[in-house]
Write a protein of this length. Sequence first.
Length: 739
Amino acid sequence: MDQENELIELIGTVDSIIYKNEENGYTVLRLVDENGELVTVVGCFPYASAGESMILSGAWTTHSVHGRQFKAEYAQRMLPSTAPAIYDYLAGGAVRGIGPATALLIVNRFGEKTLDVLENAPDKLATIKGISPQKAAQFSETFRRQTGMRRLMEFVCSFGLRPVLAIRLYRFYGDNAMNILRGDPYILASAHIGGSFAEADEMALELGIELQSESRIAAAAVFELEYNAGNGHCFIPREKLAAVTGQLIGIEPEAVDIVLGDMIGSGRIRYERIAGCEACYLPRLYEAERFTAERIAALAQGKYASRMDFSALLDGLEAKQGIRYAPLQRETLQLALENQLVVITGGPGTGKTTSIRAILALYDRLGLKTLLAAPTGRAAKRMTELTGCEASTIHRLLGAKFAEDEESVEFTKNAREPLECDAVILDECSMVDITLMSALLEAMDPEARLVLVGDADQLPSVGPGDVFSAVLRSEAVPAVRLTEIFRQNSSSLIIRNAHSINRGEHPDLSRNEGGFFRLKRMQAASTVETITELCAVRLPEKMKIPCEDIQVLSPTRKGELGTVNLNRHLQEALNPPAKEKKEKLFGSAVFREGDRVMQIRNNYDILWRTADNSAAGSGIYNGDIGVIRQIDPEQETLTLDFDGRIAVYGFDQLLELEHAWAMTVHKAQGSEYRAVILALCAASPMLMARDILYTAVTRARELLILVGDEKIAYQMIDNARQSRRYNALRVRIRKACGL
């Protein structure tokens, strides 16, 4: 007898909810069965509420702590139909804003028709004294949303898939989500929904899509291109794309290649033989790479005959700023005077910021309006502090927002409505991917100047392409590499060791001076304990560095020394539970008032305002750090403070947040912290690399503490291998410049 035949049926009405996990739908509830007995039921029941009826299939089990309970495998759920059950349902908090008193008023007026009125006739609700038209509309919208979400979750769960996918689907597509999902199950594997291809494929096959169907093969090929774009690749060679797609879905590469040919013919995939490869691109990445190469080449050839006495101009700038420029900095200024495009690279302490300030002063003397930009909010804030001029993120500069399809991003600043400026200085360019660079170049007037600044030895962008490195390696653009460490930085062991690491040398990690310290710990548990003590006690008390100025970094998210586990320990030490602090359990994480959190995906629609209401806008971006100021369980919202920008999140948006006392080195790119603590831990070979360690070390401004086994640091230094990224930007720039 198979397991399904062993399942038994249990029918009853939900009495109360004991526990619910909104991320995966797991719920523990009390059910009154047909015999009037109160039993405990566990299973996946998203948005379950008291008063609803259930027909369950499952088995009785005995839990070691909680005793006898019914474990449900399948559930048929019905909203309550009698007036008393509807009252229990509403009074139990099923609809946000409706408590026992309001529930009684509504049910007394509409009886068994209450839920129909709530869903379809909110104007009737407004006839009840005390319920305004605005409140009635809010109640109706919340009920419709929850009902639609629940139906969608039940549909998704019926395939054994994660309810969190339904939450994301509903956020993007609303009431139309079910129809969209039925029409194209592979939407689950898209980047904005975040499901795996296996999950989408499982649903598609159960819905009747054939194993060998062209639509299945095409969906797998697009998934591979999107997945690899997330790993930094602009294209995949055709032969490799056919092979990995075939491996993904169990189809011969030859059969896949036939479908690829059709997709190339229809334009779903862009194809070009370039850089020695038969390159297959997603259309948006092909256009971004091609356009970026054309614009960079055009800018690189833009020259200006200077009518000004350069030496006199420089002398005047030096006198005004009270400094003497080094020879390479003077060369940089001359390049910025005579060329439309200038690229500046160099390690920490080599004068990149001084060069930016000097170029700003130079352009000001020329009467040019200059905009400053950086890829992240923290990098832009740092640029503002160092230059004294307002800097913006690229996304804000370009007015990023979700397109009508609510999947892709579009920019209000573009070729039709360009940026109003004569020059743009872009810092931390190693972080800029091909799509963002393309958008910036499109929004610039063709006559405007561009200065690209960054450290070419840091990690490349998280997104597709290796733009800054490719531009430099093209050898087709005016560029300068700053190498001299200036006197004011020469005593910093952080900077000196960073340069040693970058050269592949093993610095002496036992010196413990000049802001660079190593605490040897051989066990993961003692490493976690030491990191926690440093943040909670030693640095705040002995060095007077507050915990908000300390950032813990790790190469990885996983394991005992990964960011997930470190954040659990740091939350316990730095923001423990207290009676006055509200908190919200979401999945395995507890979000608490006072927590430091990070936005982990771009959201262009989140509204924010400044604390004094002097300014407002929209958009919170991947990597933005905030603090939870308030949690409102009744309204199901969190209020967050992102460096003075106040934003309100719904509980369903907790998917976009994670704790941020500890973060990966990748996430710390573009930021600088007063004190950095780096967990030295073994990780995957790709993360045990020199550029990871170099990037981590260069995040620290005053103090860097390595905690762990120094052998791991030396192992990372010795691994100079950089993973190859499939992109043809360097080749395209050289070709466009006639090289």
